[in-house]
Design a protein around this ligand. Sequence first.
Ligand SMILES: [Zn+2]
Length: 244
Amino acid sequence: MNDIEGLVISFSEINEADALLHVLTAQGKVTLKAKGILKVNSKNARGCQLYTHSMFHLLQSNAKTTHVIKSVDVIHSYRMVREDLLKQTLACCMMEALDKINIRETELDFNECCAYLQALETSRHPYCVFSLFLCMILRLSGIALWSDSCVICNTKQSICAVSLKEGGFICKDCFKPSVHRHFPAEKLRQLRYLTHADLKQLPLLESYGPWEYDIVEVLLGMLELHGEFKMNGAAFLGHLNVLN
Ligand SMILES: [Zn+2]
């Protein structure tokens, strides 16, 4: 194993000059050590940044130890994501989810994960791309939002709210204002489409906008309440929404 192609999903400094990277590859996640990466003149720094798709050339070593990076070629830096504060925050949250999600690694489709970054880069509806990504994470975690009927009584009529605790849609007969969050019909429709769509349907989904933070908030709420990890980047996303 001398070359590894992958996406940097976590970057942590381990001393004043070196960092450890978690890299998602087509074969799963690997940990790579980036020596000297924090020095100002490091030629490898660009390729080791979070959410960069790179080809890592490794030093020869015993397979048992952490692999050490010799040099890096950037395949895709997602420059337009880096130039936009909201997109950059969403990309960091996406990488955090990919890093923390605890499933069999073969269930994470490397090309699909890159395609989400590609979509984020070009889309004019970043919350739509991110919401779709969160639905994938919820589905893989086995905690998808139930959007086909009322999660309490199973009727398909008069759906008017979402229950995070019950994990799905709520009808007007089961609706309790103190515990459930009321949503207008068009928002519930967005949520329903999201839970049934994948990236191929993104252009169609985008046409059901405007896409706003409230949808993201529901999906993050599901992850926070029922998921196995907490996304640290979510708090910053909330602040960003308040500022906008
Ligand atoms: Zn009901």
